[in-house]
Design a protein around this ligand. Structure first.
Ligand code: PMP
Length: 394
């Protein structure tokens, strides 16, 4: 059998592959990006399943519209009005099969083979994978502690005409955990105003904040070619696969709708109606507050253990929310070699390589704290610290 160039050139997800090894019951895994299952509102969802069926009957089991369930789109529009003062209408919102599908839809609609995409370096692996299927040229721009380097962004845009969009995760970034500062958001907005490119702001983690104030988006509500992505994966459950695209650009939305028709007709209506019933019957803010408290405890346990057990030559981010910490080892230390040694001690994480489009054998890695108990976090970091001291003495 002969396969397409695009699938042959798309690497299978490094994380999904290593999860098969790191999921063994005796491994302490900081590798995945899974929400903590104790945060899933299972009892409330059980009630919503019954209630939604009682209320809507066969509609839960029938084909539905490509745009998505109208009351759910209205709920999302209302949420942006309350939280950010943004004026979105249900017609500006399309429900997707997780925000991962939104990434695929955007690349289908915007990219021809060989056209350019600006991504953060390091960037979200799932986005790199989704875009790679469209065979673009990647333009990585350095992600600093407070967001993309705005000068480098301007330089990249001014010297490459075929760039179609910029992809960002402005809040509690995956994989680094950083959040763009207000100044950086303004600086990036000022650059983007001048160019005919789309800005994708992917924000699945923004509400999981335990410290500091939420910040306005870079382009949502004010840049003509702004596309905002959201998801219920991290704040309700990922298994329902409900995400969404928000854009006021009607032409773009029309094309996204056509691509979605071709891809899967519509997002699972059973999940959409149950989710809407859950959202209408429960206070989402209170629920999210509990998740943020849980993750804050887990993150602090990990940061305190790192301060105690890691050599002082190791640097790491200190997130105000979200699910990840990004670690930078001493120059010249291979995160892959560290990973292999850690697996011998039954601790897993994701070495940095798959988060870059043009670098290998890097000295960075991602740690996830949301899916391990505080005892496991303390023990896992202690084991990693021992290996790091041994590596730095080699
Ligand atoms: N974007 C980012 C930045 C993510 O971290 C994830 C999940 N790991 C997704 C999108 C996809 O999430 P989902 O499809 O579950 O909404």
């Amino acid at each position: 059998m002969k396969y397409s160039d695009k699938i042959l050139n798309t690497p299978s997800s490094f994380i999904r592959n290593i999860l098969k090894v790191t999921d063994a019951p005796d491994v302490i895994s900081f590798a995945g990006g899974l929400p903590n299952p104790i945060s899933f509102p299972i009892d409330e969802l059980k009630q919503s399943i019954n209630h939604a069926i009682d209320e809507n009957g066969a509609k839960l089991f029938q084909y539905s519209t490509t745009e998505g369930y109208l009351p759910l789109r209205q709920y999302i529009a209302d949420k942006y009005k309350t939280d950010f003062g943004l004026d979105f209408e249900p017609e500006d919102i399309l429900i997707t099969t997780g925000s991962q599908q939104a990434l695929e839809l955007i690349s289908q609609v915007l990219l021809n083979k060989g056209e350019g995409v600006v991504i953060e370096e390091p960037g979200y692996l799932g986005a790199i994978q989704a875009f790679t299927l469209a065979e673009p040229v990647f333009y990585p721009v350095t992600l600093e502690e407070d967001g993309l380097n705005a000068e480098q962004l301007e330089e990249t845009l001014s010297t490459n005409e075929h760039i179609k969009f910029i992809y960002t995760v402005p809040n509690f970034h995956n994989p680094t955990g950083i959040t763009y500062s207000q100044e950086k958001r303004e600086a990036i907005y000022e650059v983007l105003k001048k160019y005919d490119v789309a800005l994708i702001e992917d924000d699945p983690y923004g509400e999981l904040r335990w410290s500091g104030e939420k910040l306005p988006y870079i382009g949502a509500g004010r840049l003509e070619n702004s596309v905002l992505l959201g998801s219920f994966s991290k704040i309700v459950t990922p298994g329902m696969r409900i995400g969404y695209i928000v854009t006021k650009n009607k032409e773009l939305m029309g094309h996204i709708n056509t691509a979605k028709q071709a891809m899967d007709l519509h997002t699972n209506i059973f999940s959409q109606m149950i989710l809407h019933d859950y959202l209408a019957s429960n206070d989402l803010k209170t629920h999210i507050g509990k998740i943020a408290d849980l993750y804050q405890t887990q993150a602090n346990t990990m940061l305190n253990a790192m301060a105690k057990y890691f050599p002082s030559t190791v640097n790491y981010t200190k997130p105000d929310g979200g699910m990840f910490i990004w670690v930078t080892l001493e120059e010249g230390t291979s995160a892959l070699e560290f990973f292999n040694k850690a697996m011998e001690e039954k601790v897993a994480f994701v070495p940095g390589d798959p988060f870059y489009t043009n670098k290998t054998n890097v000295n960075t890695l991602r740690l996830n704290y949301t899916n391990s108990s505080t005892e496991m976090i303390e023990e896992g970091i202690k084991r990693l610290g021992k290996i790091l001291y041994a590596l730095s003495n080699e």
